[in-house]
Structures are given as C-alpha cells and as structure tokens.
Design a binder for this molecule. Sequence first.
Ligand SMILES: [Zn+2]
Length: 239
Amino acid sequence: MKGPTEHPLDFLAFGAHPDDVEMGIGGLLIKMNKKGYRTGIVDLTRGEMGSYGTAETRFEEAEKASQILQVTLRENLDLGDTQLSLSRENILAVTKVIRKLRPSIILSPHVIDWHPDHSATGQLIQQAFFHVRLKKLDLEYPPHYPQNIFYYPCHKPVIPTFIIDISEEFTQKMKALHAYQSQISAGKKVKHSSHTIGISDYSFHVESRCRYFGSLIDVKYGEALLTERPLNVSDPLKL
Ligand SMILES: [Zn+2]
C-alpha cells in the first residue's frame, strides 16, 4: 500500500467532461484558491464524443483553463465519453483517485441531470464516498474520510441548498471557459434563431445561469450547490 499524499487537497472537483467543472463551479475554485486552499480537478472522460473539438484539443483547452483557475492539479481518468456507468470498475477507479488526493470536500455534478454522463458521474462519486472509507478495500492507498460532497447542477433545474457569491471571480471564470475555444467557436457557427441548442451560445448560457443564481441571494453572480444531507450548523449567525 502506498503512503498518504503529502499535501491533501482541500477541494476536489469532478466533471464528466473537460469544461463541466468550469461551467458549474469555476468561480468557487478561483475563490477558494484566493483563500489559500488547495484545489484540484478530475475529469472522468476526455469528451471525445462531443460534437465539437477532438479529445486532443479538449485536453489542451483543459490545461489552459486549469492555469486560469490556478488549480494545483488536474487529472483525467479516461473512462469513456458517453460510456459512464455505475460499474464496479468505475466505482473503484474513482475511489482510488479520491484516496490518492485525499480531499476534505468533494464537488460533483448533481446525480439528477439530463446528460447521462453527468448523472452517472454524480452516482459514481456518491458510491465512491462510501467505498473510500472501507478499511478492508485494498486499493493501493489507505482509506480516507472526506467531510462532505457538494453537488453542482448542470442542465436540470434544481433548488440549491446554498449559493456561492462569485461576483468578484466571474470575469476570471469566463476567461477559463473561453479556453475551450472548440466549444465557443462551434456555438458561434450554429444559426438557430431564438433558442440555444446545447451549448450553441456557451457564454450567454453560463452567464445567464450565474446571474440567476446570484439574483437568488441578491448578488450579481452566483454558483449553486446542493447537499444530500442537512448541514451541521453550530452558529446560524455566522452563516
Ligand atoms: Zn458535460
């Protein structure tokens, strides 16, 4: 068995595809980095089945975005775009990377989403959160006990448990998103009159969501998170 990572992460964000994390919680990661926390990203697939861009271009774009977000590390498990399932093999792959990186807080796409890869990622993380603690599960790295999982919404409307004010981080979040030029330029080519198809107007779509979530807490831009279990609060005045 390998020894524990010397520098555990404070926040580990999972995405099904490169750019999921940037869209959902890029502002939160920037904000946490400013506070001096260690953050990292693990993408479960390379996004090779996306309508625009290749796995290679999306990898390069993800590298660029990571530099703008200033995350400590980014890894890709390459479990197969549009092939994510709740298999034992996938659960153990996710469990292993959590044990390796030892995060306090895990961030994941919400388990309920229209995109099957997003909901599968949420379910895999949910399972891994259980498996990561099992003492008798031999996975190279010792058991780990993360504090909590917070889920970020992707496409499906949700009622957030709480919202992070990212007004000061919004410009940098959008800069990170613009690293994904294959997705942005594809959106510009799509000429559908009044509605967006998928990410056909990528920036407008993300900005609208951040403005909406911000409006719910009376700030300019926000990012939403959900918990499965009620939060343990000892001093409501500090909320
Ligand atoms: Zn995605």
